[in-house]
Design a protein around this ligand. Structure first.
Ligand code: 6GU
Length: 225
């Protein structure tokens, strides 16, 4: 998979993708993440990428020309399955969207900033608008990291144990059960006996019950259907 991220804060993204699972996924060739500095596509000497809003009002608006140049240059080289725009007024991101996006070959993610992008960018170039929750961030960069991380860890071979993404919270609309490791007894706080029993079927049953109880207590909305 290839992910092209368009941003005016490329350094912010570089550090995120340079560590841990996301770095290993790239080193192993499961994904290529390319970060593009929107200012490189600006048509003027000041490398400007925003301007005052027509009609007045506070806040700058990201202009269409640099974004159009960048997206068109990418699209001239390969076909993209989706062009995402990260914006608080987009569709709320969830696991099912990550699952779907992880099947794509080429993806563009545009990070919004300031008061957003000129509406014509959205009409002309964007195929899907995504928000990561009902709160406002100062830019779409963190959201692009969140979405990329959720997608990349689903790619075959990225996680060591291929089944582990399948047992994540949300993959089956249930929260994950509690987990324990050594020591079996910490200052009298003991690990549930069943987990030490070696009885695989009983352990699976216990984990399912724990998941169900936890989901009922914390996120009953997930069980509504
Ligand atoms: Cl995608 N962008 C910004 N700026 N704020 C957000 C968001 C995105 N999702 C939630 N809040």
């Amino acid at each position: 998979m290839r992910i092209d991220i368009i941003t005016c804060l490329p350094r912010l993204l570089d550090s995120f993708f340079a560590h841990s699972i996301l770095k290993r996924a790239q080193d192993a060739g499961h994904v290529q993440v390319l970060v593009h500095d929107l200012r490189d596509y600006s048509l003027n000497k000041q490398r400007q990428i925003d301007d005052y809003a027509f009609g007045g009002g506070a806040g700058m608006v990201m202009t269409i020309e640099p974004i159009a140049r960048c997206i068109r240059q990418l699209q001239a080289e390969r076909t993209y399955d989706a062009v995402l725009y990260m914006t608080p007024d987009g569709e709320r991101f969830e696991q099912k969207i990550a699952n779907r996006l992880s099947l794509f070959e080429n993806l563009i993610i545009l990070c919004g900033h300031y008061k957003g992008v000129d509406e014509r960018v959205r009409e002309q170039f964007i195929t899907r608008e995504i928000s990561i929750g009902d709160y406002v961030l100062s830019g779409g960069e963190l959201a692009a990291c969140v979405v990329s991380d959720a997608i990349i860890r689903l790619l075959p071979g990225v996680l060591n144990d291929e089944t582990s993404a399948l047992t994540d919270s949300f993959q089956d609309d249930l929260l994950a059960p509690p987990v324990y490791t050594r020591p079996a007894d910490f200052e009298g706080m003991k690990v549930p006996e069943i987990l030490l029993s070696g009885h695989e079927a009983k352990i699976d049953e216990w984990r399912f019950e724990q998941s169900l109880a936890r989901t009922r207590a914390r996120r009953p909305d997930l069980l509504s259907d």
